[in-house]
Design a binder for this molecule. Structure first.
Ligand code: NDP
Length: 296
């Protein structure tokens, strides 16, 4: 049986439509326009593409977008001063500092300067702690997107065996916390895991967030498993480089029950969840009820 392909692009469009609906309602009923500030330091080409795409989608859902582009040699004190200014600005409900920062800047210090209530990337240490202790948090966008896809595909995740491959602070660890929050039995695998194939074979849910092209072949999977492939890897193609995930799609779809493609799976969910987090932050800041289905 061939697995269902989980259409992340279509689901991300649904999430954005839901966000846009709530933005319109906030404007109409409360006179509030949710605002997202994105700070980019330096000229990293990939970061510039992401920031442009974030700004465009922010405006498309009716939110205010504030872009702050600073030169690569910006001093820490100046970046911190900008964050303080955004923290105090009532028109800004979400703040995102595009990573990575130039190496002379201390990323932890900068991220932890953001007001946790406006930390739409969910990287502030207080949000990390809140997520780990099951309190209301701002949740990192990529794992939140994966969780939404899993809930949409499977309904309740309770009692399912889940394996997260990768233990980064951005994807692997928060993903594991979210799955635990939904009552999965969670295993976190990493580069020192012994017999990864055997660990993966036990799982009803596999989330691969490694960054190694097609490292998970189909014969590692439990038949019928749901596979979420976070990896984005550029490999040589016939004419130009092509993108592949951490899972070998062709063999995996012969065994899995459902699987996200790369591209078009998790990728589009990340910005959609950034917008979802911004509306959540805006509602919380104004003491309003949060939209359903857009948070963990
Ligand atoms: P990191 O490099 O920070 O983490 C990779 C993790 O994979 C580490 O925990 C590492 O283990 C583990 N790992 C490495 N080799 C192996 C192996 N052979 N077996 C098992 N585990 C291994 O990456 P990120 O978490 O930031 O990103 C992971 C992937 O997801 C990348 O391809 C990235 O591009 C993509 N990504 C996609 C996003 C999207 O929007 N779709 C957003 C963010 C990331 P150890 O800790 O032991 O070193």
């Amino acid at each position: 049986m061939t697995a269902k392909t989980i259409d992340g692009k279509a689901f991300a469009a649904e999430v954005r439509a839901k966000v846009a609906e709530h933005v319109a309602r906030l404007k109409e009923e409360h006179g509030i326009t949710p605002g997202l500030a994105v700070v980019l330091v330096g000229e990293d080409p990939a970061s510039q593409v992401y920031v442009r795409s974030k700004g465009k989608q922010t405006v498309e859902v009716g939110m205010a977008s504030f872009e702050h582009k600073l030169p690569a040699e910006t001093e820490e004190a100046d970046l911190v001063a900008l964050i303080d200014q955004l923290n105090a600005d009532p028109e800004v409900h979400g703040i995102l500092v595009q990573l990575p920062l130039p190496s002379h800047l201390n990323e932890d210090l900068v991220i932890n300067r953001i007001d946790p209530a406006k930390d739409v990337d969910g990287f502030h240490i207080s949000n990390v702690g809140r997520l780990a202790t099951g309190q209301k948090a701002m949740v990192p966008c990529t794992p939140l997107g994966c969780l939404m896809l899993l809930r949409e595909e499977l309904g309740s995740l309770s009692g399912r065996d889940a394996v997260v491959i990768g233990r980064s602070n951005i994807v692997g660890k928060p993903m594991a916390q979210l799955l635990l929050g939904d009552s999965c039995t969670v295993t976190i695998a990493h580069s020192r895991t012994k017999d990864l194939a055997e660990v993966v074979r036990r799982a009803d849910i596999v989330v691969a967030a490694v960054g190694r092209p097609e490292m998970v072949p189909g014969d590692w999977l439990k038949p019928g498993a749901t596979v979420i492939d976070v990896g984005i890897n550029r490999v040589p193609g016939d004419k130009k480089p092509r993108l592949v995930g951490d899972v070998e799609f062709a063999s995996a779809r012969e065994v899995a029950g459902a699987i996200t493609p790369v591209p078009g799976g998790v990728g589009p969910m990340t910005i959609a969840c950034l917008l979802a987090n911004t509306i959540t932050a805006c509602c919380r800041a104004n003491g309003l009820i949060e939209p359903e289905g857009l948070t963990a």
